[in-house]
Design a protein around this ligand. Structure first.
Ligand code: FAD
Length: 382
């Protein structure tokens, strides 16, 4: 691939850097302590076009390719993973799925609202009893005349209490992935209740929720994609979504590098800056190598998507490596900060807490190893 960015990509990155410096970084620590990002950020993200990247202008989108989307995601992730996650889910998992699988009516109903930030989307796949084994989900959608009636619950749903629409996966048929269908469920319907999950280790600013559906009635036209193809809707969303998580991890890793290099230059011990110590330079070098490797693997996925080539395994490789790298980088950065890394006046602790979940969601590290192993051998070891 050509590693030189186009003018549009450079401009998207510069816009995202400026936005992150102005709107995100000055507030990130306070949002983390308050366990809530200021919701006004959603409209601001919409206004600069970050919630409409890769979506066609006829639906209110701001166009652009997947590499531009990665660059913006990386910058937001450098500032605050909670804010980055709002975009990765509302745009990356929900709006992009509607753009790909939706009818014209569904696109017109939801995309302009999601891309402007007037509405927020969330992605309801995980359940209390079903995480990695998502094809075995238990939430049911029972046909009743021109409607479906939904019953079940969803766990750990990012944007859950903020969302106006859930891209919800429910069982319309028998066991296994062929019995799953996808629905666009407005969150103001009777029977749908939401509870915010507090006390998270990281991503504390993000509204993560449990959703309970107790006889929620939706028109049959709310189904996204064909009946029985819901698992394909979910997997196609996640394959691209993992690129966005990986890009967010590159942002975390870059923030670690910037913070650690800066601190090492200022902090003096034994009569000289710690930056001059070989063992400190080893920590910095290890972070720098992880940043570059994670970024290159992530850009490769964007390049494959933009060229219309298969990218699912490469997406697993990038997500697996970048998420583990983000944790390593944050841990190394914390070490450079010494005791100051352990208090939240300095950035390393939050970076480590935010990085940790990246190895868990959108496929755990183990699940990605199994996906890569299956691609290599043709044998499923799940
Ligand atoms: P489990 O699947 O129970 O896994 C537990 C452990 O067992 C893990 O280490 C796992 O790797 C391992 N394991 C499981 N199966 C195997 C196997 N076959 N071989 C080897 N090891 C295995 N979900 C959504 O649908 N939408 C969201 O927006 C969303 N946001 C989230 C936000 C946060 C902050 C968090 C924490 C989670 C979010 N999730 C979301 C859920 C997330 O995707 C799941 O937590 C994840 O898929 C893992 O599922 P689980 O937690 O049930 O763990």
């Amino acid at each position: 691939m050509n590693l030189e960015l186009s003018e549009e990509q450079v401009a998207a990155k510069a816009l995202a850097r400026d936005f992150t410096e102005r709107e995100v970084i000055p507030n990130a620590a306070a949002w983390d302590r308050a366990e809530s990002v200021d919701r006004a950020i959603v409209k601001k993200l919409g206004a600069v076009g970050f919630l409409g990247l890769t979506i066609g202008e006829q639906y209110g989108g701001s166009g652009g390719d997947h590499l531009a989307y990665c660059l913006v995601t990386e910058e937001l992730g450098r500032g605050d993973s909670s804010v980055r996650g709002i975009v990765s889910v509302s745009l990356g998992l929900v709006a992009k799925s509607i753009a790909h699988w939706g009818s014209e009516e569904q696109k017109r109903a939801w995309l302009p609202r999601l891309t402007s930030g007037e509405a927020v989307g969330c992605f309801g796949l995980t359940e209390p009893g079903v995480g990695s084994d998502a094809a075995n989900l238990a939430t049911r959608a029972v046909r009743d005349g021109d409607s479906y009636v939904l019953t079940g619950s969803k766990m750990f749903i990012t944007n859950g209490t903020w969302a106006d629409v859930v891209l919800l996966f429910a069982r319309t048929g028998g066991p296994g992935h062929r019995g799953v269908s996808a629905f666009l469920v407005p969150t103001d319907l009777p029977g749908l209740t939401r509870r915010e999950i507090h006390g998270k280790l990281g991503l504390r600013g993000q509204a993560t929720a449990e959703l309970v559906l107790d006889g929620v009635r939706i028109p049959a036209g709310a189904m996204l994609g064909p009946e029985g193809r819901g698992f394909s809707v979910a997997m196609s969303a996640l394959a691209k979504g993992r690129m966005s998580v990986a890009a967010g991890c590159v942002g975390i890793a870059q923030a670690c590098l910037d913070a650690a290099v800066g601190y090492a230059g200022e902090r003096e011990q034994f009569g000289a800056p710690i930056a001059g110590r070989q063992l400190v330079q080893e920590l910095l070098a290890d972070i720098a190598v992880d940043v570059d490797a994670a970024r290159m693997l992530t850009w490769r996925v964007a390049d494959l998507i933009d060229r219309g080539l298969p990218f699912a395994t490469e997406s697993s490789v990038a997500k697996l490596f970048a998420s583990e790298a983000a944790v390593r980088c944050a841990n190394n950065a914390l070490q450079v900060f010494g005791g100051y890394g352990y208090i939240d006046e300095y950035p390393a602790g939050k970076l480590l807490r935010d990085a940790r979940v990246m190895t868990l969601y959108e496929g755990t590290t183990q699940i990605h190893k199994l996906l890569i192993g299956r691609a290599l051998t043709g044998v499923s070891a799940f």
